[in-house]
Design a protein around this ligand. Structure first.
Ligand code: GDP
Length: 199
């Protein structure tokens, strides 16, 4: 598992702080509390990898992890959205930064959107997917916290979300069931990242 070697590289507050273009990176997006940090930790088999991005007051940044020995392959933890306590101007600044990132970042090779399986496809989730799809960047949805539902109920949500994604985005977005807790779906998620990053 090449992701087990992931390690914190840097936090970018502005576009100028992003690593030089030229490699490949996969961005992780999701509503605050959806389970994004837990998903990153499970994929990378580490308990506290994504914790740095959660330091209170420091959530508004792009957190880069590299994957030694690769010099220019990254996982990127985008700021969680939908958190009401962020001041309005900061939210607008971030909306602009994120929109610009999606429009211009050439290294961006794929987007993972993490959603709580009990609350899938909210407005901002759709917006993130739209950014990627418009650029022709593939996207993948993790319906996480699947351990909170019965197998049958999780399967039903998966089918419904798959139908909704197909209606909105054609075949540009794939989806799977996931749990950072039980580790269900971790291998499937890794193989998607593997393909995008050409590891
Ligand atoms: P983030 O804000 O999206 O990074 O969310 P976190 O990964 O910090 O998770 C938010 C809360 O949901 C924490 O209390 C986690 O323990 C819990 N959580 C995350 N993933 C799962 C999961 O797969 N199953 C369950 N049962 N709880 C989870």
């Amino acid at each position: 598992n090449p992701f087990a070697r992931a390690r914190y590289l840097l936090s970018a507050h502005t576009a100028r702080q992003l690593p030089v273009e030229g490699g490949r990176e996969v961005a992780f997006a999701g509503r605050s509390n959806a389970g994004k940090s837990s998903a990153l930790n499970a994929i990378c088999q580490q308990n506290a990898l994504a914790r740095v991005s959660k330091t209170p007051g420091r959530t508004q940044q792009l957190v880069y992890f590299d994957l030694p020995p690769f010099a220019d392959i990254y996982l990127v933890d985008l700021p969680g959205y939908g958190y009401a306590k962020v001041p309005k101007e900061m939210q607008e600044h971030w909306q602009a930064f994120i929109a610009d990132y999606f429009e211009t970042r050439r290294s961006l090779s794929g987007l993972v959107v993490v959603m709580d399986i009990r609350h899938p496809l909210k407005e901002y989730d759709q917006q993130m997917l739209g950014y990627a799809v418009r650029r022709g960047i593939p996207a993948h949805v993790l319906l996480t916290k699947a351990d909170k539902l019965s197998r049958g109920a999780a399967g039903n949500v998966l089918l419904q979300v798959r139908r909704d994604l197909a209606a909105m985005f054609g075949d540009a977005v794939s989806v799977q069931v996931f749990s950072g807790e039980s580790k269900q779906g971790v291998d499937e998620a890794r193989s998607v990242l593997h393909g995008w990053l050409e590891l």
